[in-house]
Design a protein around this ligand. Sequence first.
Ligand code: GLC
Length: 502
Amino acid sequence: MASTRWWRSGVIYQIYPRSFADSDGDGVGDLRGITERLEYVRDLGAAAVWLSPIYRSPMADFGYDVADHTDVDPLFGTLADADDLIARAHELGLRVLLDFVPNHTSDQHPWFQESRASRDNPKRSWYVWRGGDAPPNGWVANFGDQRPAWTRDRATGEWYLHSFLPEQPDLNWDEPAVEAAMHDVLRFWLRRGVDGFRIDVAHAIGKDPELGDNEPGRRHNEDWPSVHPRLAAIRRVLEEFDGDRVAVGEVYLLDQRALAPYVTTGDELHLAHNFVFLNLPWSAQRFRETVDEFEELTREGGWPAWCLNNHDHSRTATRYGWTRARVAAMLVLTLRGTPFLFQGEELGLTDVPVPPESIVDVDRRDPERAPVPWAPPSAACPGAGFTTGRPWLPVHPDAEQLAASVQAQDPRSPLAFYRALLALRRATPALQEGSYRSLDAAPDVFAFVREHAARRVLVALNFAPFPRPLPAEAAGGRLLLSTHATTGGDALAADEGRIVEL
Ligand code: GLC
């Protein structure tokens, strides 16, 4: 694994452990299940896996409520299983990123248990407490219906802050002991060999210490200037270790001008998810404007990180339909920047309908979290190769056709398309490291050229459901890949994406 800056050239594949592969038949995915399936991720052509949280947790937010940062939840396995997973991944040439959840812990975490015990407990300052008859300010919690981000705790009659569920009290990053303890958590896992972290709600670890109310154009409960030195300090912890470890932030800021500073200074996050695509209408012009703007913002430094899905969002194939989803896939895998894929995206999975009475997530994110179908369901194994037991969420109703084992045999399947795209990206330095320049193409066409060491690759994406002209620059180019088995020749077919070497 000698390559430098692997996190720029490679694709990062997100695994949601509960739903990836279950090795012990309890219906919930686990670490051994993941380890057994790592070859699949290698064969897909990804460079790394990012695991959503595997730590001990009461699972009020399915692991994003951590009760012990330095142990694996028994549902997922043991620390030894984590070591095996990391070792096997490295054997296969894959890196491993863990989710790191710095903004909050579980209310069951011993730190919070101590903190809530009394007003003069030494850990009182580790969380955000205030007295008074009403919530200290108007901040609202992130899930659902605009509930206050404050809960009054019985033990001491004071309010504590929770940006998410009441079961997820916010740590107080203005307390240096918290920062030091969280750095030690990072070191614990870095020593065990992990290659980096995806940092959950990274922009929230800087908040206004005065607890000012949010104002139009200025939020006081996230993206506060103190966030930047804190992320820089996290990076320095990673740099204590060799091997090109990486810090990826979940920075959910849809204004790219606010997002860019997280990655442009060169001493903070290596990557920050850009979620803007998830909120755009299907418009070539809007996608182009978005990419051009972020390119402009990161011209002097900073590397984009594009994504279309994760475990919090309706799947692309549901939002767009597969015909457009594959155009979107071609886009994120050919832009300048690191693409993130969410498990099952490569199978063209759609959201799974979950009957209302079976919804288990507080924010109703069950449909995109349904298990990966590995094999067609059968009478003997109704769990579609995901589990021999009863899956915690329903398997996809079309698992018969969508199963990975079925798609692997079909050269026209979504899986085959993704494999071809990733293989092309791996074989084409221009697509990994090349410069980016968008073209003035026909309406509905987003086209750009990536250039590296005098080799030029043109990508043309037709957002329209009818044919559109190819950009003139593509003339005479050599076809590298199309979304369509038969390309439209001199024109782009309806919903066609095409990659051409110039
Ligand atoms: C992030 C995670 C999400 C979680 C939340 C609270 O947004 O992606 O799943 O619920 O943080 O930790």
